[in-house]
Unconditional design. Sequence first.
Length: 236
Amino acid sequence: MPDEAPFLVYRFTLQNGSVREFPVRLDPQTLALVPQPRRGRPEWTLLSFCRCPNCPLPEAPDARCPAAVSVTDIVESFKESASTEIALVEVVREGRTTSKRTTLAEGVSALIGVIMPCSGCPVLAKLRPNVLTHLPFASIQETVYRTLALYLFAQFFVQRRGGKPDWKLAGLAALVEDVHTVNRCFSDRFFKICLKDVNVNAVVHLDSFAELTAMATQRSERRLEELQKLFTAFEP
């Protein structure tokens, strides 16, 4: 698997001309992150270090947070960088390149936003299906739309398996709040190890989207009514 082409590649061209590439290798069937060899796992990757209160993983003396382990290389690469530094961020996937000249905070935020749901974190794993159609630098409107679509698609599969689907979106706000909790704890994790602000602000940027998405989904009925106008072609 490691020898296969990556699912996508994030490429950062910094102001000094240096280039940093991060190939994201995923299992093609499950979109689970393919583990890569690492020299070591820092103490801040311990599951007990700023453990998320909603984490369902069993505790053990050397247990690691899968989301923290998955971003170790990114954190190390940008630990001396300023979040406001402007870089050219290119996302390459299957011959298609999306690029934006933006701050490192936004670029790193987009990168960890695709890696962490695939890391094995049971909370963020619910967002993993959206990685299939990863949209770098998405707007709030696009994020809300994709979140609603993901949740409704999940309910369709719940029904197919004989479960009780949540067509009224009663559990959507709780899902988004769980994601918000994980992001907040990650910010605390980075603050405690005194990282420079690019890693902290990347998570803050990611969490601001989660918070705004939470606000939007709390008005999910109104949002659906707004979106319904786009689907009149399907009406009988």
